[in-house]
Write a protein that binds this ligand. Structure first.
Ligand SMILES: C=CC1=C(C)c2cc3[nH]c(cc4nc(cc5[nH]c(cc1n2)c(C)c5CCC(=O)O)C(CCC(=O)O)=C4C)c(C)c3C=C
Ligand SMILES: [Fe+2]
Ligand SMILES: [Fe+2]
Length: 343
């Protein structure tokens, strides 16, 4: 007789090239940036921008950056996600849950992860995009991809999506524990929460009835109208973390990194915030990357190295970066709780 059906869990992170070879990085960047939710401009313009400019010129530079963080287990984004899966499997009963991982772009694919769950005859699927704040470019893209795949199945599965989790108590507790394990020093001149940016137009497009005006009035509190405003969610995360970590609110700053192209992205930009901090006399800064759960190029290289240089060139003395949650036990507990609360 068949056993009682389990619940399938699919954890999805962004993606990573198969290797640090330039052709693999180019293939990854092409798939990633041709996503209409990431570069949300008309198809032909996107095609020429990605294939004619970004992929050819950026791939060698990105490949060199990947080489800095690559290990014999591959890309950090991938192996941290594998470690998270392995630890979660130990915490959830295998009789009740089957846990798989996927990358939105490249490997392991979402198709492969969903197919493993289908073969396991799960009774429902819980999809957790590993981005704490909802953005169309990340969680939205993962959810759309899952929908595109399962809509072709003969038997349509029951699927639930965890669209954001930046206010989950265990997410905040995990950041507290990781921070305390990194440093107990509270003698910093400033604390900087640097989030991945997105183009301003993506905020406007996700806004309810024109609520989001991209200013501090609309983003300074969370309401039903701006619950999916990525900028408002980031400011909300900063407020929650400030309280949880017991940081002096007047020393806390929020900013947005990784701008690509000439269009306006959400502000303030991290680079300008750092220069302003240094100009106002800050010598010692503690930085956090709370839009990411696993360390990757954007944290280790961009925040940990490039922004450190910007700070030091502007007169700063000490730039410290708190690592991401990676596969910390409390973060694994958070994912377990998210899964159980949605079961
Ligand atoms: C061009 C538009 C981009 C949007 C919009 C965007 C949103 C976005 N991205 C993340 C998380 C990650 N992005 C990463 C890398 C990355 N992102 C973009 C562009 C956009 N991102 C580029 C061009 C790159 C590649 C950088 C390079 O290879 O040089 C990564 C890191 C991947 C890794 O290290 O393996 C993550 C993670 C979020 C959370 C987000 C919107 C909220
Ligand atoms: Fe990105
Ligand atoms: Fe807003």
């Amino acid at each position: 007789m068949d056993k009682v059906a389990k619940i399938g869990v699919l954890l999805v992170n962004l993606g990573t090239p198969d290797s640090t070879a330039v052709p693999d990085v180019r293939k990854y960047l092409r798939e990633f940036l041709m996503d209409e939710r990431v570069i949300d401009i008309p198809f032909l313009s996107r095609w020429f921008l990605v294939n004619g400019i970004i992929a050819p010129f950026r791939s060698p530079k990105s490949a060199a950056e990947y080489r800095k963080v690559w290990t014999d287990r591959g890309s950090p984004l991938l192996y941290h996600t594998e470690d998270l899966r392995d630890k979660l499997r130990l915490k959830l009963s295998p009789a009740d849950y089957q846990v798989e991982i996927a990358m939105r772009y490249q490997s392991p694919s979402i198709e492969t992860g969903l197919e493993a769950l289908r073969q396991a005859k799960v009774k429902k699927i819980i999809v957790l995009p590993l981005f704490p704040q909802y953005a169309s470019a990340t969680n939205g893209s993962v959810i759309q991809k899952v929908m595109e795949i399962v809509r072709k199945w003969q038997v349509l599965p029951s699927v639930s999506y965890i669209a954001k989790f930046m206010d989950h108590p265990l997410f905040l507790e995990a950041w507290k524990r990781v921070t305390e394990e990194y440093t107990l020093d509270r003698d910093y001149d400033a604390y900087l929460f640097s989030y991945h940016g997105i183009p301003e137009r993506q905020i406007t497009k996700a806004s309810c009835n024109g609520y989001c005006q991209l200013n501090n009035k609309c983003c300074s509190r969370q309401t039903p109208s701006n619950q999916y405003c990525y900028r408002a969610q980031c400011f909300h995360t900063s407020r929650l973390l400030t309280e949880k970590l017991g940081l002096p609110a007047e020393k806390v700053h929020t900013s947005f990194q990784s701008r690509l192209g000439k269009d306006p992205w959400i502000q303030p930009y991290t680079e300008e915030t750092i220069k302003t901090l240094a100009a106002s006399g800050a010598k010692k800064v503690l930085a956090f990357s709370p839009a990411f759960v696993a360390d990757c190029l954007e944290t280790t290289v961009e925040v940990g190295e490039e922004y450190k240089e910007v700070f030091e060139e502007a007169g700063g003395k000490q730039w410290d970066l708190v690592p991401c949650l990676n596969s910390h036990e409390v973060w694994v507990d958070c994912v377990k709780a998210l899964v159980e609360e949605n079961s």
